[in-house]
Design a protein around this ligand. Structure first.
Ligand SMILES: *Cc1c(COP(=O)(O)O)cnc(C)c1O
Length: 230
């Protein structure tokens, strides 16, 4: 299959999953995760209508920014070291992996220097996997209280990476918990400045349909679009 055919197939699957849940597929943003993918393949995805790309290495992202115009939205989906925030602060449309105060402070500082407010998602380790990035669910509200009011960032939702599985039904509870956590946190944080939990970034190649059924507003898909990474 060509990249254009793969993009079309993924869009069809998103639409079908949304329909099963009684949702409008237009509520779901497809982010094509282009980490390790050469710009030429990204251009094929662009020609197929993709305008959202996801990267997980700051320098790789920085090197790719100039290859596309202002109509492309860059998502940063990986673990981000504080000393690399400077590479993405100007061009990143949405940071999916905010998970600690030191990172929030550096984002605040660097985005402020660029004269912008960087939208962020708080990454949550829903399943409590020991080696995984993200805050434990019970730390999310205290963290939101700490970052509320930082001028250089705003929190617009939550993100999670489900445990790897060959049966996506097994991770449905993870997605459901993220949605419930977002609803509960939104209640507890009502009125806090710069906190508005309207997005759920969840679902990857192996589990995105279940994530859409459970309320994802952003899915992050690499292999189903670009093929296996080398
Ligand atoms: C690589 C990656 C993805 C995409 O994974 P696929 O399985 O290739 O769809 C999504 N989210 C994050 C955080 C990633 O690192």
């Amino acid at each position: 299959m060509t990249i254009a055919e793969r993009v079309a197939a993924v869009r069809d699957r998103i639409a079908a999953a949304a329909a099963r849940a009684g949702r409008d597929p237009g509520e779901v943003t497809l982010v094509a995760v282009s980490k390790t993918v050469p710009v030429a393949a990204m251009r094929e995805a662009y020609a197929a209508g993709i305008r959202d790309f996801g990267e997980n290495r700051a320098q790789e992202a920085r090197d790719k920014f100039p290859a596309f115009g202002e109509d492309v939205r860059w998502h940063f989906v990986g673990r981000l070291q504080t000393n690399k925030v400077k590479y993405i602060a100007r061009h990143c449309h949405l940071l999916h992996s905010l998970d600690r105060l030191a990172l929030a402070q550096e984002v605040d500082r660097r985005a402020g220097r660029c004269g912008r407010v960087l939208p962020c998602l708080v990454e949550v380790n829903v399943a409590g996997e020991p080696t995984k990035a993200g805050l434990p669910p019970e730390k999310v509200v205290p963290f939101l209280q700490q970052v509320a009011g930082m001028k250089g960032l705003q929190v617009v939702g939550l993100m999670t990476v489900a445990p790897p599985t060959d049966d996506p039904e097994r991770v449905r509870p993870v997605f459901r918990q993220l949605r419930q956590l977002a609803e509960e946190a939104a209640r507890q944080c009502r009125g806090l400045p710069g906190i508005e939990l309207r997005h759920l970034s969840m679902g990857m190649t192996d589990d995105f349909e279940v994530a859409v059924e459970e309320g994802a507003t952003i899915v992050r898909i690499g292999r189903a679009i670009f093929g296996e990474r080398g």
